[in-house]
Write a protein that binds this ligand. Structure first.
Ligand code: ZN
Length: 304
């Protein structure tokens, strides 16, 4: 097998995870969890989303979260990312001090309309405007529903390629391929990734996977084999998409770290500390955790 020596894990729990929890999570608790994620040694964390508070009330403290973390971690090497659904959100994130945003466009027109009330073409027009108006803001384009859509079913690979070409033309800094509703299977992962890697050799794709149907880590394994070494995951396996019926949790960060470290692939993440952080989520927010490691009592890091 062709496996990388190390993998970068981007923790998205404070955004993708928290946004799917209806009950209000106090800002201090969110900050405590993010603080602990930093202590677990994540170097890139999606901390919030600059979305209209009516659409997702849980994210209404975005500005406070950013302000607090930027003050506390002024000189650290941790990158804080915010998700933005539109130019308005990007400007608000930028003003709050965010240096990198994840801008989402769905490969499926129906999902893009449900998510941001635009066609993918219209979203790309806005992305171009965003690039031009905030040239020093780093942009990660997340292409949603690459592997399937709750409204449209299968997505044509040519649609995804068209979007990647557009993104490269706009000169985004990075591209994430998302399995928004967790429908990808490992063979499909192989087919899609080898196809895209053939046409876009220079692009270092990241993957955003959901574990809705239990295929998350199998897909990671296949993606590693295809040369992917950047993954987004959420502590506890939290997550969902408010505009994608049937979406469930992300792949759990602790399961991902555990699998990779046991395979000898470095993640840099302290699993013991991460499991302590998951416990805080378990005890204070009490969501249904889909993670496996959250329920393993004697964790043997790097055990055989
Ligand atoms: Zn997601």
């Amino acid at each position: 097998m062709k496996l990388p020596q190390s993998v970068q894990i981007i923790e998205v729990g404070p955004r993708d995870g928290f946004q799917s929890i209806k009950e209000w999570i106090p800002t201090e608790l969110k900050l405590q969890i993010i603080d602990d994620l930093i202590k677990s040694n994540f170097k890139k964390i999606e901390i919030t989303s600059f979305v209209h508070p009516k659409a997702i009330p849980q994210m209404k403290d975005a500005k406070e979260i950013v302000r607090f973390l930027h003050q506390k971690y002024k000189n650290s090497d941790v990158d804080f990312v915010a998700l933005v659904p539109n130019l308005f959100g990007a400007k608000a994130a930028y003003e709050a001090g965010i240096k990198e945003v994840t801008y989402v466009i769905s490969a499926s027109e129906a999902h893009n309309r449900a998510n941001v009330k635009r066609t993918p073409e219209e979203s790309f027009e806005e992305l171009t405007e965003l690039r031009n108006s905030l040239p020093d803001l780093r942009i990660n384009l997340a292409i949603a529903t690459v592997f399937g859509c709750p409204y449209e079913g299968d997505i044509a690979i040519d649609q995804v390629k068209w979007m990647i070409k557009k993104a490269l033309h706009v000169e985004v800094e990075s591209i994430t391929l998302a399995d928004t509703i967790g429908v990808a299977n490992p063979l499909q992962m192989y087919t899609v990734l080898t196809n895209l890697k053939k046409d876009f050799k220079e692009v270092d794709f990241a993957l955003h996977l959901h574990d809705t149907r239990g295929m998350g880590l199998a897909n990671v394994l296949m993606a590693l084999e295809c040369g992917v070494s950047k993954f987004e995951s959420a502590l506890g396996g939290l997550g969902g998409c408010p505009f994608a019926p049937g979406a469930a949790g992300n792949i759990a960060s602790e399961d991902l770290v555990n699998m990779l470290e046991n395979m000898g692939i470095k993640t840099g993440v302290d699993l013991t500390k991460l499991l302590d952080t998951v416990k805080i989520v378990k005890n204070n927010i009490k969501p249904i955790l889909t993670s496996h490691m959250a329920y393993v009592d004697n964790c043997i890091v790097g055990g055989k």
